[in-house]
Ligand binder design. Structure first.
Ligand code: KG4
Ligand code: ZN
Length: 325
């Protein structure tokens, strides 16, 4: 089965063809980074206008290897959460294509999608129950996945997400947008012994919640003292990943699931990846290129949760959560 995935929840405009939920036939992404860089972040309506120009060429390129869009069996599209203007472009394009080509359409929750990056290009997929740590720009969730499409939220952030914390602190340091990867690059330059100590919020609390807002304030205070950039980036990365790893380890010990999964844009962070890999002999971590937003996992999620909906019934919803239906 060939599914065309479409993803436009934030600043990426992406389309992919996935065969039988796992094989990547194509993976096309166009970024609006250039339009947004001067503003140091995503400007929603500017981004949506750019995406409107990009969406059809991106889809055309994605379907090239299969010899045309008529060859697809179904369309999967992100319907939320995300920026409403951006979501609408993907959703309305998908609806139009589904109607005009008479193809089925499967709406996908972007957060669920991220988790399905772990089903791509593997011959031994995760088994249930699975424990997932989903860390992105707006979410830091610990999730128990009991079957395809069945999620129980164990805990999430009470304020800022891990990615948001990286982004806001990166901005303070005057790094380039998108800040997360630049925090990582800056941290990698640091060679000395840690000189700054930032808090590890909620580290010892016996729950699965996170909080990164206070960490951000503590970071700002150290920055104002004139601490060097690399040392600040290093300690921030250590603090965020220490908390994420500790809570994940605690949940893994309590729930003893058959699989452990990492997902979301922050899963691209090498420090987080290596800390988790050193704690567990087997953990699913998507390749770095599949962690940040793209359409491959949207199509994979649709394949394993194949519930087509009449095109007229699909609406963009900017505020979906992992447990939304
Ligand atoms: O999943 P994603 O691409 O978009 C959302 O759904 O939010 O995640 C984006 C987030 C941003 O906060 C970005 O700074 C962060 O992931 N990120 C990273 C890295 N790559 C992306 N954070 C730390 N290290 C990275 N290498
Ligand atoms: Zn995302």
């Amino acid at each position: 089965m060939l599914i065309l995935g479409i993803e436009t929840s934030c600043d990426e405009t992406a389309a992919a063809i996935i065969e039988d939920g796992t094989k990547i036939i194509s993976n096309v992404k166009a970024t609006t980074l250039d339009a947004n860089r001067a503003f140091g972040g995503v400007v929603p309506d500017k981004t949506a206008r750019e995406q409107l120009k990009l969406i059809l060429p991106v889809i055309a390129q994605a379907v090239e290897p299969i010899g045309g869009i008529e060859k697809i069996d179904a369309i999967a599209v992100t319907r939320g959460p995300g920026l409403i203007g951006s979501l609408l472009i993907g959703v309305e394009t998908a609806k139009t294509l589904a109607y005009s080509l008479n193809k089925s359409i499967v709406p996908v929750n972007h957060l669920v999608g991220h988790i399905y990056a772990n089903w791509l290009e593997t011959t031994s997929p995760p088994k249930f129950p699975a424990l997932a740590l989903l860390v992105s720009g707006a979410h830091s969730d610990l999730i128990l996945m009991t079957a395809h499409g069945k999620f129980k939220l164990l805990g999430s952030t009470r304020d800022d997400a891990a990615g948001e914390c990286f982004d806001k602190c990166g901005r303070v340091l005057g790094l380039e947008y998108p800040y997360g990867p630049y925090i990582e690059t800056e941290a990698e330059k640091y060679t000395g012994a840690p000189k700054i100590t930032l808090p590890r919020p909620l580290l010892n609390q016996k729950n699965y919640d996170f909080s990164f807002s206070g960490l951000k304030t503590a970071f700002l205070r150290e920055f104002q003292k004139g601490q060097p950039k690399t040392a600040l980036a290093y300690e921030l990365q250590e603090a965020v990943t220490d908390v994420l790893v500790a809570k994940f380890v605690r949940a893994a010990t309590e729930f003893k699931t058959k699989s452990l999964l990492l997902a979301g844009g922050v899963a691209a962070n090498k420090c987080l990846r290596s800390k988790l890999q050193s704690k567990f002999s087997k953990i699913f971590i998507p390749p770095i290129s599949l962690c940040t937003d793209n359409a491959t996992y949207i199509a994979a999620a649709a394949y394993f949760n194949y519930k087509p909906v009449p095109w007229a019934k699909i609406n963009a919803d900017p505020s979906l959560t992992i447990t939304s239906r």
